[in-house]
Design a protein around this ligand. Structure first.
Ligand code: MLT
Length: 262
């Protein structure tokens, strides 16, 4: 693990391999370890940067909401510090919200975009209220309750029934998140802008990936982005839910390498 002072936080990240840079942004309430299989697959031909977004993993968690724009600025500053002007920017779920915010802020720094198990819409009023309740719950009770209530929604039924090691890996990753970090991300996600009307202005090549059984950011959300983003490629991953990169790493990596090689 490496660390860099970025704005007011110490940001943890891994920097693996050499070649054209690819920055991969994890979801909530995960950390950079979720990209293990993708780092292994891509780092032979790419420089892969996997940060812990603020409040997650080994990065600091300052007080207040962690907005998608703040997280995107952190990523921009990290890239500055690493001497990376332009990169492939990819994110899963919340990481995808951050990738879309990054594109709005720094379009010219995006060589291409990878949007995995994510969506462009903002939260509904009801979703915002649920986030506020979850933030209170996590601060009062810690991560276990949230992790256990999220798990069945995060994973495809087949993953839950047949792959206990995947369930454990994801649960352990969620338990490592600090409650303050989870609460800050929940508040930040609730405040995020709706990106729908900006999708048609995305110019770089874009890969959209989604688990067929994603119950959190369902297939229709990805189909909508695919429809709006000109020339985008949509790959649906069978037997995967919301964490498609861990549930079906071979299929996910094949789509990534095909996209990066073209
Ligand atoms: C994630 O996986 O990052 C979150 O589930 C996204 C969300 O809650 O909207």
């Amino acid at each position: 693990m490496s660390q860099m002072r970025v704005d007011e936080i110490q940001m943890a990240y891994d920097d693996s391999g050499a070649g054209p840079p690819v920055v991969l942004l994890h979801g909530y309430p995960f950390n950079r370890s979720m990209w293990r299989e993708q780092v292994a697959a891509l780092s032979a031909n790419h420089r892969v940067i996997t940060p812990d977004l603020r409040g997650h993993g080994d990065s600091d968690c300052p007080a207040g909401p962690a907005t998608m724009n703040t997280m995107a600025r952190d990523v921009g500053l990290l890239m500055d510090g690493l001497g990376i002007t332009r990169a492939v920017i990819g994110g899963l779920s919340m990481g995808g919200y951050v990738a879309l915010a990054f594109y709005r802020l720094f379009a010219l720094r995006v060589r291409s975009l990878i949007l995995a198990d994510t969506r462009a819409q903002a939260d509904t009023e009801e979703a915002k209220q649920i986030r506020a309740q979850q933030a209170e719950k996590v601060m009062a009770e810690g991560m276990a309750g949230i992790a256990d209530s999220m798990l069945p929604k995060l994973l495809a039924p087949e993953t839950v029934s047949k792959r206990p090691e995947v369930v454990k890996r994801i649960r352990d990753m969620m338990l490592r998140t600090k409650p303050e970090g989870a609460a800050a991300a929940l508040m930040g996600m609730a405040m995020r802008d709706d990106q729908t009307e900006h999708l048609s202005r995305i110019i770089p090549p874009t890969l959209i990936l989604v688990g067929h059984d994603d119950a959190i950011t369902p297939l229709q959300d990805s189909e909508r982005m695919h429809h709006e983003i000109g020339g985008s490629r949509l790959v649906v991953i069978e037997n995967a839910g919301h964490v498609s990169n861990i549930e079906q790493p071979e299929r996910f990596n094949e789509a990534l390498t095909d996209f990066l090689d073209t």
